[in-house]
Design a protein. Structure first.
Ligand code: MLC
Ligand code: AMP
Length: 515
């Protein structure tokens, strides 16, 4: 029997409009006149990249890692990888060499695509790890990837993939140790995109403002797949600039952002009811949306933000209702389990907690990932005996199924929608000369939601400079992980068992960034 075609690209491609010459994407930021990409451009460019990859004779399941600045061409690379049937591994552009060395060493990609600027050090890491092919892709559409792809045909039949075949690996940090690669299949991604298409009422004529990075679930899957599966035009911003985005809101119908994007737009006097007249849906997620932001947005624009909840391992799992008849959108809650997704709240002992009481949020469904890349023990630890994935988020579910997240059992800080794992930062600080120990916590931050801070204890007879610690970290790890403030103190607060009391530190410093 001929295998069925369940390649995500094939599904996205079949949703393209019949008018392939219509504009699919308008690249709206940057210098000079806007650039327009038609659906045919997306089709042809992704075919060329898929043909280039196919010509490299890569093994089945080969990983293609990309650390490139956001651009429409980087999106074409993603589509080309799916189309060719390989596994896409996006990497945050802020990552520095020690971080990239880990990801490439762990994922062993056959192809790495990086910027020309980073090529000297990224290629060294990649070749050392056994990668055979390193291409460059720059923001200005130059680089060896497109040069090489240009030599290939612009026609390509998508590789046949089954629902369980891997489509992407998204690295998400572990609470202890290093990052884990969440393996997402074609079926995970497509089923979630289809559910969201219906649930959020995607319709003909929708225009999405795409202003999020494309190396995480929110910008890469939720926003992109939503627009592509609905044949919707995108107004594309490589970088988020609140003024520029507000200027284009009158042409948009859907906007997706992390809470920081809403906070920054609210700071702009140009945001008013007039500019949002054509928008039908503002969506927020990836981090808690403060009730003040939710209320202020409603007051300034007349729109009620729809907050949803997701994670790399599960893509989207709950959402506030889109349609009024399904209930109100309530600020501070993340709504209901999406159709086909199971969500439950259990105690640490593994028992269901009564409605309205707090416990660990667990999930199962076609959206739940296939496990952590080459980490079967870690994968097993994160699932219950009856097959539910433990999110590490703490929350409650009302009798009608509405979910509220109240905290996290995982030691994780979410800053401006990026995850920061204290253990990783503490590890880097503790290696510095003269440091006895350290504790990293997140405290309320008006722009980023949570701001990373560190308390560092010097070894006896050593003196440490807070600024020097920040400078040293900036040379080693992604900037967003670097503490915004470091305190050098003689000791850390501990409980009777000797455990560091991070809650005490959070309480002591909770006003640090507040005006
Ligand atoms: C930048 N900086 C940050 C930061 N972003 N610091 C902490 N947290 C962040 N998120 C640093 C910069 O390096 C700089 O450091 C300083 O802060 C000021 O930078 P900026 O110019 O203000 O930052 P900007 O480039 O404008 O970026 C801010 C941002 C960006 C909010 C636009 O962080 C962003 O795009 N966030 C979205 C992340 C996202 O897409 N998450 C989805 C995850 S998916 P210095 O030292 O140079 O001054 C997921 C699942 C789900 O979670 O449910 O969706
Ligand atoms: P990531 O590992 O980057 O995919 O981050 C996923 C985590 O982001 C989740 O486990 C939650 O802790 C958090 N998150 C996502 N959406 C929301 C939301 N709407 N409210 C609160 N936390 C959220």
């Amino acid at each position: 029997m001929k295998p069925t075609q369940e390649n995500l690209f094939a599904a996205l491609r079949s949703a393209f409009p019949t008018q392939l010459d219509a504009t699919a994407i308008e690249a709206a930021d940057g210098e000079g006149a806007p650039r327009y990409y038609t659906w045919r451009d997306l089709d042809r460019a992704s075919a060329k990249i898929a043909n280039l990859l196919a010509s490299l004779d890569l093994p089945q399941g080969a990983r293609v890692a990309a650390q490139t600045e956001k651009s429409v061409e980087a999106l074409m690379l993603y589509l080309g990888v799916l189309r060719a049937g390989y596994v896409y591994l996006p990497l945050n552009t802020a990552y520095q060499s020690s971080e990239i060395e880990y990801f490439i060493g762990n994922a062993e990609p056959s192809v790495v695509v990086c910027t020309g600027r980073n090529h000297p050090w990224v290629s060294k890491i990649a070749f050392k790890a056994g990668t055979q092919n390193v291409f460059t892709l720059n923001e200005d559409r130059t680089g060896s990837l497109l040069d090489r792809a240009a030599q290939h045909s612009d026609e390509h039949t998508p590789a046949v993939k089954q629902a369980d075949d891997l489509a992407s690996i998204i690295y998400t940090s572990g609470t202890t140790g290093r990052s884990k690669g969440a393996m997402l299949s074609h079926g995970n991604l497509l089923s979630n995109a289809q559910v969201l298409k219906t649930y959020w009422g995607w319709r003909k004529g929708d225009v999405l403002i795409h202003a999020l990075p494309i190396f995480h679930v929110h910008g890469l899957f939720v926003a992109l797949h939503g627009a592509l599966l609905n044949a919707s035009k995108m107004l594309w911003f490589n970088k988020f600039d609140p003024k520029a985005v507000i200027a284009r809101l009158p042409e948009a119908t859907v906007f997706m952002g992390v809470p920081t994007l809403y906070v920054r737009m609210l700071a702009e006097p140009a945001l008013n009811r007039d500019v949002v007249k054509s928008v039908r849906l503002f969506i927020s997620g990836s981090a808690p949306l403060l009730k003040e932001t939710f209320d202020e947005w409603r007051q300034r624009t007349g729109h009620t933000i729809l907050e949803r909840y997701g994670m790399s391992e599960t893509i989207m799992l709950t959402s506030n209702p889109y349609r009024a008849e399904d209930g109100p959108r309530i600020g501070g809650t993340v709504g209901y389990a999406l159709p086909g997704v199971g969500v439950r709240v259990h105690s640490d002992e593994g028992r269901p907690v009564p409605a309205g009481e707090i416990g660990g949020i667990q999930v199962r469904g076609p959206n739940v990932f296939k496990g952590y890349w080459r980490m079967p023990e870690k994968t097993a630890e994160e699932f219950t005996a009856d097959g539910w994935f433990k999110t590490g988020d703490v929350g409650k579910m009302e009798a009608d199924g509405r979910v509220t997240i109240v905290g996290r059992s995982k030691d994780l800080i979410i800053s401006g929608g990026y995850n920061v794992y204290p253990a990783e930062i503490e590890g880097f600080i503790n290696e510095m000369p003269g440091v006895a120990e350290s504790a990293v916590v997140g405290v309320p931050h008006p722009d980023f939601g949570e701001g990373v801070i560190a308390v560092v204890v010097p070894k006896p007879t050593h003196t440490l400079q807070a600024d020097a610690i920040i400078t040293a970290l900036k040379g080693k790890i992604a900037n967003f992980k670097v503490p915004k403030k470091v305190f050098v103190l003689p000791d850390l607060p501990r409980n009777a068992m000797g455990k560091v009391q991070k809650n005490v530190l959070r309480e002591q410093h909770k006003g640090l960034f507040q005006h």
